[in-house]
Write a protein that binds this ligand. Structure first.
Ligand SMILES: Nc1ncnc2c1ncn2[C@@H]1O[C@H](COP(=O)(O)OP(=O)(O)OP(=O)(O)O)[C@@H](O)[C@H]1O
Length: 244
């Protein structure tokens, strides 16, 4: 197992706000790494820089052994295998579940191959029985699964999952965690941005914590959540740090 992603001295400011400052972390190939921290601590901004949505002011992102030019766009990063989901998924609402996935698969594959890929993803994500459903009619849970399915259609090596658990009930959360495990078993590395600490403890092997744009600490999820600095950073927030 080597390092898939290596982030060095990454920084970005918006006007006077130092959203991310001198951030260093890495993700091993095959790992499910949690990226946690209070609201506004810089998690989504970090993901946006890795995905190519924001251009960092400073820093180097190495992926699969190569430096990614900071100006490389989202589409070219997707071709390298970098994918992300969104806090609020936006599938093509007028297309069926099948066509939502197939449309993405077609971007990089011939018709028959795209069809096979789509059918495999439908099975993996357990969306097969909803293949003909218009995506605008899906529940929040299934919309999030479709978002994951669409990222799978780009054949990613790394998926950055932005708050997949938000808005789900406990049963939906368990089912979604099983799906994340199944995706990870396919050999896909996961960066798991999450406020639901039970989910973090359940699925992640390591966690890094941001606070005010800086790396606060990293380590095994339960240890990190008991770290007094992490508890203090979350105090006053809505998140249940202990995961109860
Ligand atoms: N495009 C932008 N323009 C101005 N400020 C921004 C922009 N994007 C992020 N920020 C600011 O950067 C800081 C970090 O925000 P970010 O969304 O990365 O935090 P977060 O940890 O993902 O928060 P949350 O858990 O609430 O999603 C915040 O102060 C935010 O207001």
């Amino acid at each position: 197992m080597g390092t898939l992603l290596d982030v060095n001295d990454l920084s970005i400011s918006f006007g006077g706000i130092k959203a991310v400052q001198n951030l260093n972390f890495h993700i091993d190939t095959g790992e499910v790494l949690a990226l946690i921290g209070p609201n506004g601590s810089g998690k989504s901004t970090t993901v946006n820089m890795i995905a190519g949505i924001y251009i960092p002011d400073k820093g180097i992102i190495k992926y699969d052994g190569h430096v990614i030019p900071n100006k490389m766009d989202i589409a070219n990063r997707a071709k390298l295998g970098i994918a992300r989901t969104f806090q609020t998924p936006r599938p093509f609402a007028n297309l069926t579940v099948y066509d939502n996935i197939y449309t993405i698969a077609l971007l990089h594959n011939k018709y028959t191959e795209a069809k096979e890929i789509t059918n495999d993803i439908l099975k993996l994500t357990k969306l097969d029985n909803l293949r003909n459903t218009n995506s605008g009619k899906l529940s929040i849970e299934k919309r999030k699964w479709l978002d994951l399915a669409r990222t799978m259609a780009t054949r990613p090596k790394l998926i950055m999952m932005d708050e997949v658990m938000a808005g789900l009930n406990p049963a939906e959360m368990e089912a979604s965690l099983d799906l994340i495990r199944a995706i990870n078993k396919e050999g896909i590395t996961v960066l798991f941005i999450e406020h639901v600490m039970k989910a973090v403890v359940s699925v992640c092997t390591r966690a890094i914590v941001l606070n005010q744009g800086k790396l606060l600490c990293e380590g095994e999820p339960r240890e990190v959540l008991n770290n007094p600095d992490v508890v203090a950073a979350y105090l006053g927030g809505e998140t249940d740090v202990a995961g109860n």
